[in-house]
Ligand binder design. Structure first.
Ligand SMILES: *Cc1c(COP(=O)(O)O)cnc(C)c1O
Length: 375
């Protein structure tokens, strides 16, 4: 099975016909408890939903095959996956995070993790010399996000994994923006891949979920699994089924997402109202060469910085008709968001920046919508 290409694995992994009925689409097992023998002997391997259930196991199998890992765990959300992983580190552990990253991760490491005894630092991961220097002090974990949110910064996973491992650190990649269809961090040397399956895996803006995929089913992976099963931020079976359903069309969707993003980014970069278009597929993007080497295509998240500051950005966001003003990403519908307006009291995103999740509409309609909004 694992010699198959990602597009085929997305359709088939964990999708064996139901042995009881031959049903080609999987059943949803909602049972919270499973019959066992008088001395607790398991009948079919399951005992209690929080510790594992057949619908989740199909999704775990698909995630392992797609990312090329030995173990996969599913969570109630991407944030639950991150939190469970980071809180599995012993107190006193030092963790390096990227300077540009998902805002929920930033809140987690600035507001919550220090109180749990973790030592937290941020760094520009595109600057390998800076990362090397930071690794001179003992490091437990190096956290990579590429392409990053919302600036679409790209960093070199192979190089960072080498630097992190030389320092004895576990190397984690948030692969939400790329998906395993475009980028496979474990094959590039990372130890753990994290996903918000809420985004492209689910693909329809209607299910929340998270995942971790481990290169090795080692003592640390078992510790994180045990922590998940005890602390309980598990994925509901119905959600697992929805995410698995999304997974079956992931290859087709990513191809069209990427083609639409290319068309829109090319248009936006050339538009006089746009000061800067951030999309790794543009040859002018500072991380283009690295992205071209480590990704099959460049994804469908982009951001633009407008001449005319905050007012210009809000005016454009207000004039778009096909794009909906909403947070999140990875659904069929295209979304736009003025990130600085939704990042709380101390926004990090530039005031003139709009983040765009390019959807599955006809790409020419997306370009035309921005053409009319930019004026
Ligand atoms: C959405 C997102 C998360 C958090 O996932 P939730 O499912 O919303 O908890 C983490 N990382 C990235 C890159 C995301 O886009």
């Amino acid at each position: 099975m694992n010699t198959l290409r990602p597009g085929t694995l997305a359709v088939h992994a964990g999708n064996e016909a139901d042995p009881a009925t031959g049903a080609v689409s999987p059943p949803i097992h909602l049972a919270t408890t499973f019959r066992h023998g008088p001395a607790g002997e398991r009948v079919a391997g399951y005992e209690y939903q929080r510790e594992g259930n057949p619908t989740n196991d199909r999704l775990r199998e698909a995630l392992m095959a797609l990312e090329g890992g030995e173990e996969a765990l599913t969570f109630a959300s991407g944030m639950a996956a991150m939190t469970t992983l980071l809180e599995s580190l012993p107190a006193g552990s030092r963790v390096l995070f990227p300077d540009d990253c998902y805002s929920g991760l930033r809140m987690l490491f600035s507001e919550f993790l220090p109180a749990r005894g973790l030592v937290v630092e941020t760094i520009d991961m595109a600057d390998l010399d800076a990362v090397r220097a930071a690794c001179a002090t003992p490091l437990a974990m190096l956290w990579i996000e590429t392409p990053s949110n919302p600036l679409l910064k790209v960093c070199d996973i192979t190089a960072l994994a080498g630097i992190g491992h030389a320092a004895g650190a576990t190397v984690v990649v948030d692969n939400t923006f790329a998906t395993p269809l475009l980028q496979r961090p474990l094959a590039l040397g990372a130890d753990i891949v994290m996903h918000s399956t809420t985004k492209y895996f689910g693909g329809h803006s209607d299910v929340l979920g998270g995942a971790l995929v481990f290169a090795r089913d080692d003592a640390f992976a078992r510790h994180v699994a045990h922590r998940l099963h005890v602390t309980g931020a598990v994925l509901a079976p119905f959600s697992a089924w929805m995410i698995l359903r999304g997974c079956r069309s992931l290859g087709a969707r990513m191809a069209m997402h990427c083609a639409n993003a290319r068309k829109l980014a090319t248009f936006l970069e050339a538009h006089p109202a746009v000061a800067r278009a951030n999309w790794p597929g543009l040859p002018t993007h500072p991380g283009h060469a690295i992205a071209a080497a480590q990704m099959r295509d460049f994804g469908a998240m982009l951001s633009i910085e407008l001449h005319g500051g905050r007012d210009a950005a809000l005016a454009v966001a207000g004039k778009l008709r096909v794009f909906t003003n909403a947070t999140s990403l990875g659904g069929c519908e295209s979304l736009v968001e003025h990130r600085a307006s939704v990042e709380g009291a101390n926004p990090r995103s530039p005031q003139n920046l709009l983040r765009i999740s390019v959807g599955l509409e006809d790409g020419d309609d997306l370009v035309a919508d921005f053409a009319q909004a930019l004026g």
